[in-house]
Ligand binder design. Sequence first.
Ligand SMILES: [Zn+2]
Length: 452
Amino acid sequence: MEIKLYNTLTRKKEIFQALDDGHVRVYACGPTVYDKIHIGNARPLVVFDVLVNLLRATFPKVTYVRNITDVDDKINARAAERGVSINSLCGETIKQFHQDTNALLVSAPDKEPRATQHIAQMIAMIGQLIDKGFAYEAEGHVLFSVANMQDYGALSGRSLDEMIAGARVEVAPYKRDAADFVLWKPSQEGLPSWDSPWGAGRPGWHIECSAMAAEYLGEEFDIHAGGLDLIFPHHENEIAQSRCAHDTNHMARYWLHNGYVTVDGEKMSKSLGNFTTVAKALSTHRGEAIRLALLSSHYRAPFDFSDKLVKGAQIILDKLYRAAALNEAKQPLSEPDKLDAVFMAALSDDLNTPLALTRLQALASEANKGSREAALQLLSCAKYLNLLEDKNWFKSDHAEGIERSEIEALIEARNAARAARDFAQADAIRDKLAAKGVRLLDGPDGTSWEKS
Ligand SMILES: [Zn+2]
């Protein structure tokens, strides 16, 4: 099966050619674990999951690496702000990340390396860059010299001046060029620090991914994926480090970038404060509905997140589950060439998930008209999107004898009672929900709930 992917590096949709047909290697940038992930962070996890499913069905072996950045200034700042240790902040955030990704039915990557466990590889790579004349030491820092790399900037296609302006690159007296970026920096007292030939310090963010990608995928690999906002400077700098350290023409052959998640047309981001954490969204919606909603736009297009959209996704899932239940075969089909051709063609065409979802709905209609084959195809194709695998889909909303919508209505009534200082009524609602196995969690973002 031919897979076409849009490659940011060439700005073209290309037929995917594996470097080694026996083993496809994929890297995606993972979270920096200082805070809960929001829907914008969840999008690449979900869409590149689908890519990996498709590759796994097509090639005998796929290695998918998604890292965890657990050394970063944001982590240090947040731990200090909250008065907790860096270790406990990272541990807690990683646990929450795994809960969130499980709820969104994101498959685990083959490797999930943590930056702090690969410092030796980073130090070795920085050493190679210095030896080859691409990096220099200055005042306890090691910097990559962009002037020494001929085609620096090829991924983003920007001029050096634009890049400096766009990235608000720190101007520091020890830099030879304003665009030079940090590979290693000294650590202040009390912050994470490792011994290195350049003194005690810690790595810059970009070198982490270059070192971990090389460790698990080799010097050149097939696909590197991430969000659009990572193209510059992060991916540009990963390419610079990896290619210069390894003397290769590519770090990865194909660079895939997902579009932004927006809210009312504006990019969802921590800095704008317009974000919805996955944990919060899961208190109102089911993970599978959020997942389907995320796949309802093409991954390169912007995705406008709203409760209404996820509610619509839930209704679609109800229909799909009902139709899939009409399938009588015990096992879904697994070989790609036995699967519905329209669905597979959509997915293979640069992951056209909106079209693939439309096809699933058409298959559901055919199943409802009596086609057992369509029901089987529906179930089998949905596996590529990690959908329709919940055997208790229709049970789980009713398991506690209370519907999700009723829980939401009661939370609203309780909020109203609290606002009116009617605490007896507010407590009565809390107790009523507790009796049904629903525990309320009051936090700074409002009230969420979980099954107790
Ligand atoms: Zn990265």
